[in-house]
Write a protein that binds this ligand. Structure first.
Ligand code: PMP
Length: 367
């Protein structure tokens, strides 16, 4: 069995030890004679799996007690709709920072619903190559919340700070952050946020699960009429089990959290590894005339590194040869072209070394 280096943006690489453990427990979970996939979600055995996963996540991120950790389905995309439905019940406008495709989709879903909205900043006219500076944010006096994406997965653009603002009455505006492609890549001060959410299929686990971490005081702002399954307050009361949750994805996420704690040594250790990986790849790009990345150094993503070749006619050859060399899924997003290497937690340092060696060799032969 050979596992290749997988640079996919998502669903992304999972840690090999996690998959090995899932394999070992697949047919007979701890002597129970069944798979975790086949358990009632109400059984004591599954509830123990679910609670352990939440406890480990809380420990990894040091989640304060006044936050609920919720396990949803529907992906981060459903949250684009659920956020205005859950947070605008008491009036005010949803404020958006647009820095790329994902944060713009979040705005579009709010607009679809007829929600009240306001754009606090938009870096699209400058090509989304740097995030707005704090003094460039125009947060409305009636902001119910401020939404942004910490890491734009397609553009490879990451915030270097947490945006914040105050309402006319002086109150702090709750900050809502899409962390789909950056959660668990390093330590985080959860208390700076009203809501953090993330689709699982990058650093958390397989697709099908969505994490929402919500501060208690935001649980009573939902619109009156909406589907029960979409309500944060109802989901919090039900321990994320209003109905059947994605049990196997939840179990696998739990294995990833254990791997992060026990094998990696926590998020500070993960952070250092991720920094080294990104540094090495950006250094390889910067020292070459052949490869380029357009993002301002301060806002370069550590998780998703897009790059172009000096001659885009070589793109196909680059991808074909990379694939043959065991470097998978380097094709850039269909909307931007070029290449993209996603360096999530489960992508080992050796993968980056193999990629930079391949890039240097390709440049020498074709550049
Ligand atoms: N936000 C970001 C930052 C993403 O990267 C993605 C998916 N790549 C999404 C939202 C949408 O996630 P999902 O497919 O889980 O709905």
């Amino acid at each position: 069995m050979t596992r290749q280096y997988n640079f996919c943006a998502g669903p992304a690489a999972l840690p090999t030890p996690v998959l090995e453990r899932a394999r070992d427990e697949m047919l007979d979970y701890r002597g129970l004679g069944l798979s975790p996939m086949e358990m009632s979600h109400r059984s004591a055995d599954f509830v123990a799996i679910a609670e352990r996963a939440e406890a480990d996540l809380r420990e990894l991120l040091a989640v304060p007690d006044n936050y609920r950790v919720l396990f949803f389905q529907g992906g981060a995309t459903l949250q684009f709709s659920m956020l205005p439905m859950n947070l605008l019940g008491n009036g005010g406008r949803a404020n958006f920072v647009q820095t790329g495709i994902w944060s713009t989709k979040a705005l579009a879903e709010a607009q679809n619903l007829g929600a009240a909205w306001h754009v606090a900043a938009n870096t699209e006219p400058e090509g989304n190559v740097a995030v707005p500076r704090p003094n460039e944010l125009d947060i409305s006096d009636d902001a119910a919340y401020l939404h942004y994406a910490a890491n734009e997965t397609i553009g490879g653009l990451a915030f270097d700070y947490v945006p914040r603002g105050r309402r006319a009455d002086g109150a702090e505006v709750p900050v809502v952050c899409d962390m789909s492609s950056s959660l668990l890549s390093g330590p985080l001060d959860v208390s700076q946020f009203g809501i953090i959410y993330a689709g699982a299929q990058k650093n958390i686990g397989p697709a099908g699960l969505t994490l929402v971490i919500v501060r208690d005081d935001l649980l009573d702002q939902a619109q009156a009429a909406m589907p029960g399954l979409f309500r944060y307050d109802a989901m919090a009361r039900a321990g994320s089990m209003i109905n059947t949750p994605p049990t196997y994805a939840w179990y696998l996420a739990g294995l990833v959290f254990e791997w992060l704690k026990d094998d990696v040594g926590g998020l500070a250790a993960m952070d250092a590894i991720n920094q080294r990986k990104a540094n090495r790849l950006y250094a390889a790009i910067d020292q070459s005339e052949f490869y380029a990345n357009p993002i301002a150094p301060l806002n370069r993503s550590r998780m998703n590194v897009p790059f172009t070749l000096a001659d885009s006619r070589l793109d196909g050859e680059f991808l074909k040869e990379a694939d043959a060399a065991g470097l998978l899924n380097l094709k850039g997003h269909r909307s931007v072209g070029g290449m993209r290497a996603s360096l999530y937690n489960a992508v080992p340092e050796a993968a980056v070394d193999a990629l930079t060696a391949f890039m240097a060799d390709f440049e020498q032969r074709k550049g």
